[in-house]
Design a protein around this ligand. Structure first.
Ligand code: NG6
Ligand code: CA
Length: 507
């Protein structure tokens, strides 16, 4: 009887209409390029993702909002372009929480609609204030901005520390062996990728030569927390197992799962069972592993009878990169695989390759299978999925998130975005896609211009260059001289979007 009363009390907390809402799973890959999966022309077979594409909508103009991780994830969760807030570039190991409690967020919006909400996988949006307390409460964090469960890789797999965060604590931390994280060598004899280079199982090529864990040197220094440390090889299994457990536990409620795999970010260390399986070295093996993860989640939905009640999205946080700091044969074993597909640039750039990525939606029985050329972006999830759940973001939140739900569901005639502002890690460079036009504004040169192919070394001298994507998807022929009025119009549009502080009209 007591159990029944508790159950009824719990049910009463869920709004009555919540039961009809579909579950939402956003599966975000890390550094996966447009051409990295086989249904987009990739040479590494990705059967699970291809099946999803056959059963749903495969977008040819699906974007993330930035060409590095932190700003894309910031805008995915807040619905606001990252350049609007300071310090939203690649977060360092001891970076504070950059989404402040009280900010309107996608999980917060869905929670209002009665959803159970979880993030499982890579976070990389900082923890704590003014910095993470690795041995205490990691607050604020996901639980303070709308998630009710989390199992996290706190920053990136190449940044220290290699531990899981569950809820607000480092998982399996032995208080007798506290974690210390810092920017300086903790002692003269602390082994690093420089002093102990010959012991490494994967050598570094640039950066990544500080504390060694699991035979791989990383960005940053740390000591302690030995029992809490993970093996890189086990990450994919950890995310999948935890997701399966959480989905099963929440199957009676509408749920939102943000599944954020670290695949295929460096160091690319797949589980032993995937090593050597792609023929394209560790980078390809991690694509195989990511595809396996997607397949496992889909099996869980099938087993629980949830495939027709669940909208699934597969996307990526930025475009591809080959050598991102480790000697892992990404270049030598590339063969004729084209990580960015037909597009120019990749991770760190504002060329199409930086933000145009694989993007698939599937909702069995609701979404009619097909291919869509509509422009859709991860920044739109807050408003669009909010609409799906019967919620509207607050007027002063989710400032760039548009309701393009019908386009995301592949409805015939439904329009996606008419423009999208693409950013890099926050250097001030932008790309504006507007219809078939693309204006590239390069304010700053240097790191943000990283390249995937040799051609990308030839950067335009002019601040603004213009491309007609229908004729020239690879952004090779600058047509600005022939269309000065378009350059002027689009340049003014970039300025306005930045200056206005929002691009969503408040309703
Ligand atoms: C860069 C790292 C790169 C990667 C990136 C973040 C060096 C030399 N390069 O600074 O390896 O970690 O940051 O990637 O350290 S992201 O996908 O999380 O944005
Ligand atoms: Ca990334």
């Amino acid at each position: 009887m007591k159990l029944l009363t508790t159950l009824l009390a719990l049910l009463a907390l869920i709004p009555a209409h919540a039961a009809d809402k579909p579950n939402i799973i956003v599966i975000m890959a890390d550094d996966l390029g447009y051409g990295d999966v086989s249904c987009y022309g990739g040479k590494v077979p990705t059967p699970a993702i291809d099946q999803l594409a056959r059963e749903g909508v495969r977008f040819t103009s699906g974007y993330c909002s930035a060409s590095t991780c932190t700003p894309t994830r910031f805008s995915l969760l807040t619905g606001t372009y990252a350049f609007r807030q300071k310090d939203t570039g690649i977060a360092p190991p001891n970076g504070p929480a950059i989404i402040k409690p009280g900010t309107e967020t996608l999980p917060g919006i869905l929670k209002r609609a009665g959803y159970a909400t979880a993030v499982i996988g890579k976070w990389h949006l900082g923890l704590g204030d003014p910095e993470p307390d690795w041995n205490g409460e990691l607050k604020p964090g996901p639980l303070d901005i709308g998630f009710d469960h989390c199992l996290l890789l706190p920053t990136t797999n190449d940044r220290v520390p290699q531990v899981f965060v569950e809820g607000r604590r480092v998982k399996n931390l032995d208080p007798a062996d506290p974690i210390w994280v810092g920017n300086k060598k903790p002692s003269e004899d602390h082994p690093t990728g420089i002093t102990h280079r010959d012991t490494l199982k994967m050598d570094w090529s640039h950066g990544h030569n500080q504390t060694i864990h699991n035979g791989i040197s990383r960005i940053g220094f740390y000591t302690g927390g030995m029992k809490a440390r993970f093996r890189d090889e086990d990450l994919a299994d950890a995310w999948v197992n935890e997701s399966n457990r959480w989905i099963e536990a929440n199957k009676e409620r509408p749920f939102f799962l943000y599944f954020a795999s670290q695949d295929i970010h460096v160091p690319r260390i797949a589980h032993e069972r995937f090593q050597g399986k792609s023929g394209h070295g560790p980078r390809g093996d991690c694509i195989v592993q990511f595809d396996w993860s997607v397949g496992e989640l889909m099996k869980t939905l099938d087993r629980l009878g949830l495939a027709e009640k669940t909208l699934v999205v597969v996307c990526s946080d930025n475009g591809p990169v080959l050598d991102d700091g480790y000697k892992d044969e990404a270049v030598s074993k590339l063969g004729d695989h084209q990580p960015a597909g037909p597009f120019r640039g990749g991770k760190y750039s504002v060329w199409e390759g930086g933000t145009r990525t694989p993007f698939i939606t599937r909702w069995k029985g609701t979404i009619a299978p097909g291919v869509s050329d509509e422009v859709v972006c991860t920044v739109d999830f807050a408003k669009s999925f909010g609409a799906l759940a019967g919620q509207t973001p607050v007027a002063n939140g989710s400032l760039d998130s548009l309701d393009i739900l019908d386009a995301l569901l592949g409805k015939p005639g439904a329009k996606g975005r008419d423009h999208l502002l693409q950013q890099d890690n926050g250097s001030g460079n932008y790309g504006l896609r507007a219809g078939d036009w693309k204006l590239v504004r390069l304010e700053k040169r240097g790191k943000s211009e990283a390249r995937v192919s040799k051609d990308d070394r030839q950067l335009p001298a002019a601040k603004h260059t213009l491309y007609k994507l229908t004729d020239d998807p690879g952004e090779r022929t600058d047509v600005s001289a022939a269309h000065p009025e378009v350059v002027e119009r689009l340049s003014a549009q970039i300025d306005k979007i930045v200056k206005d502080g929002r691009s969503r009209v408040a309703k």
